[in-house]
Design a protein around this ligand. Structure first.
Ligand code: NAP
Length: 432
């Protein structure tokens, strides 16, 4: 058995600095847990002269290509697709186990990393790639390995959850809430990856792959961000007992006897008494429904240097233990190979808000149009605008479950009706 293992760190930013700190501060405990000393042998960065608190400057290098050839465990926390992918493949080729927090890379091209690791017989761990500190990859991949996951609903992007929460609690509009998130460091100067749902889509792809033993890439995920959500939507949601959340959804869909996987990211109305509705601020949570286990929820910090480093270190310990004791951890499993279904096939309930002419018979016309498209109404609420010379009323229609395709066709037909002045919003209702 080796006395020590060599650990190489690729990247020393928000997460990497904390990984380096924990490796040093907890060296004794890590040694006991692993059964060998973990020696940090190098830290690859772009800029050698940037200040990095608590990191031994003599370990810094700009030669990541060389560093990965002299390590037993390589930790990639640099982000982006290249050079991260090339470096991980090179590390694996040289026999190292790898740990990565890189959701973008795994959602774009995880299978090439998993295949290389299989061939070389080394581990690939990526707990930090989904929902930061929250243990969710291991529970789905290992704890639920004897069950059938049916659905995963996740709040996996803290920035958008913070923004929507501020809109609800303080009545801010989207732009104001994003500015506040930026001022507090929750949102990047360019918040596109978060507010347009790209970050959540990458995590949805990873979760769907794990939950359904099927390869799902970010290109398979139907994605809609929160930029269309207005302060009005959030107020109306509250008035009907809901909160608006950006959800990453992966579900098995057995419609028509041919199973498939549906993976999507979009804002949704969540009933106020659903556990996900209570996830406030920049927190994350993943709600899993499994056949035998029932409902499970995993909650915690989805980002931040130390929380993410906690998940990374857990992976380092697992990979290192295998180096000491022999064997490998669980590998990627894609045996089910389910088709990823088109977004139109998604089945959910909808809330449609219309501005209509305020006169008798209008509701009947709208209801008939929905019925013609086989979309049935669960509830309708009509609010007339008092003293409105234009005689406008608001209709809030909640539907029973319908396919996304049927709903889109319905909305297009409803918007053509003379009595309909505007289709103000269409939001999906999830978690009920
Ligand atoms: P970051 O603060 O931007 O740090 C990136 C680090 O990688 C920097 O030290 C940078 O070097 C180094 N780097 C980038 N490109 C490089 C290259 N070509 N060669 C050598 N070094 C390079 O990023 P982060 O926030 O720590 O995130 C790292 C990874 O963790 C990403 O995949 C991210 O998605 C994931 N993650 C982050 C969080 C979080 O809360 N931040 C949460 C979950 C997952 P310089 O310092 O010299 O520029």
């Amino acid at each position: 058995m080796p006395d020590s293992l060599r650990v190489a760190l690729l990247g020393c930013g928000v997460v990497g600095t904390q990984v380096a700190r924990l490796l040093t501060e907890q060296a004794d405990e890590l040694r006991q847990r692993v059964g060998a000393r973990l020696d940090l042998v190098g830290v690859a960065v772009r800029r050698l002269d940037a200040p990095r608190e608590g990191v031994d400057a003599s370990l810094l290098t700009t030669d990541a290509e060389e560093l990965v050839t002299r390590a037993d465990v390589v930790v990639e926390v640099m982000g982006g697709i290249e050079p991260a992918r090339g470096l991980l493949l090179r590390a694996i080729e040289h026999g190292a186990s790898v740990v990565t927090a890189n959701k973008a890379l795994l959602a774009a091209d995880g299978p090439s990393i998993y295949a290389a690791a299989d061939e070389r017989g080394v581990d690939v761990y990526f707990e930090a790639a989904v929902a930061g500190a929250i243990p969710i990859v291991r529970p789905v991949r290992e704890s639920l390995a004897g069950d059938h996951v049916q659905r995963v609903l996740g709040i996996v992007n803290g920035t958008t959850n913070y923004v929507l929460d501020k809109m609800a609690s303080e009545g801010l509009d989207l732009e104001q809430a994003v500015k506040e998130a930026q001022a507090l460091g929750y949102a990047e100067a360019d918040p596109t990856a978060d507010v347009e749902g790209y970050d959540a889509a990458a995590k949805a792809a990873i979760l769907a792959s794990l939950a359904f033993h099927t390869r799902v890439s970010i290109d398979d995920v139907a994605r809609e961000g929160i930029t269309g959500v207005t302060a009005d939507d959030v107020r109306w949601a509250e008035s009907t007992g809901h909160v608006v959340k950006l959800l990453a959804i992966a579900e098995r869909n057995d419609n028509d006897g041919s199973p498939g996987v549906q993976v999507r990211v979009h804002p949704a109305l969540v009933p106020a008494d659903h556990p996900l509705a209570g996830v406030r601020g920049a927190y994350n949570a993943v709600f899993v429904e499994a056949e035998a286990a029932g409902q499970l929820m995993f909650y915690g910090r989805g980002a931040g240097g130390a929380p993410t480093a906690s998940a990374v270190l857990g992976d380092v310990v697992s990979a290192a233990r295998h180096r000491v004791l022999g064997g490998r951890g669980p590998v990627e499993s894609s045996y089910a190979d389910l088709p990823v279904l088109a977004p139109e096939a998604a089945v959910t309930r909808f809330q449609i808000r219309l501005e209509v002419v305020d006169r008798p018979g209008v509701l009947a016309q709208v209801a008939t149009t929905l019925a013609r498209h086989a979309v049935s109404i669960e509830a309708v609420r009509q609010v007339s605008t008092v003293d409105d010379p234009a005689s406008t009323a608001h209709l809030l229609i909640t539907t029973h479950v319908a396919t996304e395709g049927a709903l889109r066709a319905t909305v297009a037909a409803v918007s053509e009706l003379d009595v309909v002045k505007d289709v103000v919003s269409v939001l999906r209702v999830e978690g009920s």
